[in-house]
Design a protein around this ligand. Sequence first.
Ligand SMILES: Cc1cc2nc3c(=O)[nH]c(=O)nc-3n(C[C@H](O)[C@H](O)[C@H](O)COP(=O)(O)OP(=O)(O)OC[C@H]3O[C@@H](n4cnc5c(N)ncnc54)[C@H](O)[C@@H]3O)c2cc1C
Length: 408
Amino acid sequence: MDFNDTKEQAVFRAKAKSWLAANAQAKRQGLMAGTQEDRYQQAVDWYHKRYDAGFSCLTWPKEYGGQGLSQMYQVIWNQEVSHYGEPDEYFVIGIGNCGPALMTFASEEQKQTLLPRMARADDIWCQLFSEPGAGSDVAGLSTKAEKTGDEWNINGQKIWTSGAQYSRYGVILTRTDPEVSKYRGLTMFMIDLKQPGVEVKPIKQIDGGSHFNEVFFNDAVIPDNYRLGEVNEGWGAALMVLMNERLANATAAPDGFEDFLNWAKASDIDGVPASQDPIVRDKLATWYAQHAGVEATTFRMITAVAKGGVPGAEGSLGKLVGASMNQEIANFVIQQLDAGGQLTGDESTPLDGHFQSAVLMAPGIRLAGGTDEIMRNIIAEQVLGLPQEPRADKGIPYKDIPSGNTGA
Ligand SMILES: Cc1cc2nc3c(=O)[nH]c(=O)nc-3n(C[C@H](O)[C@H](O)[C@H](O)COP(=O)(O)OP(=O)(O)OC[C@H]3O[C@@H](n4cnc5c(N)ncnc54)[C@H](O)[C@@H]3O)c2cc1C
């Protein structure tokens, strides 16, 4: 593919650049400063501003709050915005995963009402897939949806639900038929989280924040028209959501290289510019090569999507390499910061605590959206065509799969 901007893309890039320069805040303005609530409010304000300026949900149709542009424009935006420090972690799941699910499965009226509110961050959405007993193997989930008349009763528990405490709605995957194999008895819905029978409990994390939650459902009721897709065909619907997650991750996930480069340009080690240190130079070369590889692989995937294909398993390569590299870079720079690496949340914290924050968040990034091992399995099976790993529960009705729970 041609990596140069077309004339129209160059115009869009210039417009995005100048708007960002005037409106976005610089990267190093206290990433660890302020409370989580401050940061959340800052993110909401940022999305309102973005939406009003026509830079939200670029690939969505205009009638649903988007700009009707191709994926390449989203890539250009992601490239330009990555130079700034605006938070968008509260919206990537809603906009990246739930939005496309609604676009495919919701009624026209629901799309017209719900999607523009999502695009402007008037409503935050979350993804309710993982459970205490079902993460990598999400099809093994046990949260039940049972139908009575025109309504569904939801009972069970989700976990690691990012942003649920701020969310008005979520997309939830449930078990509707335990008599068939685990993949065949699932159904996907949207759910209003501000209703009786839903309890959200934030989980305290290592960085002091509570970005994800446990969510409990106790006879929470959903109308049948909140169903996304056919009954018992939720696995196909969920795969679509997860493929979009891969694309969103691949085009937006940082691998830390730019931060490392900026650090190397601006810092000294024992009075010598870091960029002249042989170990730093070796790291720069290694990580640049990986960064360029990730970027090229991402472009390959985007090219396929731009030609009408679906995001493929290649996105797993970018996730695997980028997330590990992000962690290695954070750990390396923290060591170079010496005793300063221990400081957090203080005005004297070097580089406004960017790398302290990165060290604490990096392990989670390697798990979220599929762990390293799961990425390797996908690459092995779907990219390299290696034999599938043994799946002992294949074809067995869900209710007969041993769960280790004796009921005692
Ligand atoms: C920051 C963060 C945000 C998240 N946000 C959300 C969210 O918004 N919504 C949501 O639904 N979920 C969310 N998750 C959950 C995430 O999807 C799961 O953590 C992830 O899928 C792994 O599942 P698990 O934690 O249950 O680990 P497990 O699946 O129990 O895995 C435990 C270990 O076993 C390994 N393993 C498992 N299966 C295999 C296999 N077949 N082969 C080899 N190794 C294997 C794993 O790699 C891992 O090391 C989030 C997680 C994190 C960390």
